[in-house]
Design a protein around this ligand. Structure first.
Ligand code: ATP
Length: 271
């Protein structure tokens, strides 16, 4: 398989062992196999602390696997690639830069001439509904608006891979639903492959083509569920469909077990 036909992301038998401050090893991810096809939207759910973020850091190149392989576009990951975009729970914006300057930063960093970077940034700001806010500073925006800036600043770089770690979890419920719709809208047509980590099973089903359930830590893939709901989707409408409830119940019976295991371990520690 060459790099044109290979999946967007592959983890093969990937494990990650950290050294804790006491020097003891801690296995965060164990023998994890996961494939993300090109253009696919994959959501990852699992109990708290199981190793979801660590999995993303392996794909991003921020961390190397202790064992196994992590391939992006058929090539082993080495360092942080230019065509990988990140959106985290915290706002990844420069507080001292205006909205426009924030969105231009990625293209400028990648060598795009100023005028072109400005035009591209303005196009994305229009797409996220912030064209009238380009001169504001991040502290003059709402949480949802700042998140829109982060999305514009990510999509403006035309990422082939988008890694999202609970990007909307700090937002209120209504803003969250709006942002999910906005994300689907921005993503559609880009061809980007997305890995979206969330605690919210409803969110994962509404957004994804595939929901990956992780085990209680150390994380490995327990089950993968295909989500056949038609696109384009509006998350609030998707949630009202009977298929949605059926899928939710099926995935929760798998995920709930891992959540219980994690809770029982927690209770054990407290005892
Ligand atoms: N740099 C590190 N050094 C030592 N241990 C780490 C490190 N990073 C993560 N861990 C541990 O690895 C385990 C998995 O962490 P990770 O952040 O990947 O989980 P998660 O599933 O994303 O958690 P959450 O759902 O709470 O966000 C945790 O027990 C965590 O304490």
């Amino acid at each position: 398989m060459n790099s044109r036909t290979s999946p967007a992301i592959e983890l093969r038998g990937a494990s990650k062992v950290f050294r804790t401050p006491s020097g003891a090893p801690h296995t965060a991810v164990r023998d994890l196999d996961l494939t993300v096809e090109r253009g696919e939207f994959v959501a990852v759910v699992g109990p708290t602390g199981c190793g979801k973020s660590t999995t993303l850091t392996l794909v991003s190149g921020l961390e190397e696997p202790t064992e196994g392989d992590v391939l992006v576009g058929g090539e082993p990951v080495s360092g942080i690639a230019d065509d990988v975009g990140f959106v985290f729970q915290q706002d990844a914006v420069f507080p001292w830069r205006t909205v426009l300057s924030n969105v231009m930063a990625g293209p400028r960093f990648r060598g795009v001439p100023k005028q072109e970077a400005r035009e591209r940034a303005r196009q994305w700001l229009t797409r996220v509904g912030l064209e009238a806010f380009e001169d504001r500073y991040p502290h003059q925006l709402s949480g949802g608006q700042r998140k829109r800036v982060s999305l514009a600043a990510t999509f403006v770089n035309d990422p082939k891979i988008l890694l999202m770690d609970e990007p909307f979890s700090a937002l209120d419920v209504q803003t969250r639903a709006l942002m999910s719709d906005e994300l689907l809208d921005l993503w559609s047509g880009t061809g980007a492959s997305v890995v979206f980590v969330t605690h919210d099973l409803e969110e994962s089903i509404a957004l994804a083509d595939k929901v990956v359930v992780m085990t209680a830590g150390p994380a490995t893939v327990k089950e993968v569920f295909e989500i056949d709901l038609p696109r384009p989707r509006k998350v609030e409408q998707v949630r009202l469909q009977t298929e949605f409830t059926d899928i939710y119940r099926e995935i929760w019976s798998s995920l709930g077990e891992e959540v219980r295991i994690t809770r029982e371990r927690g209770a054990g520690h407290a005892a």
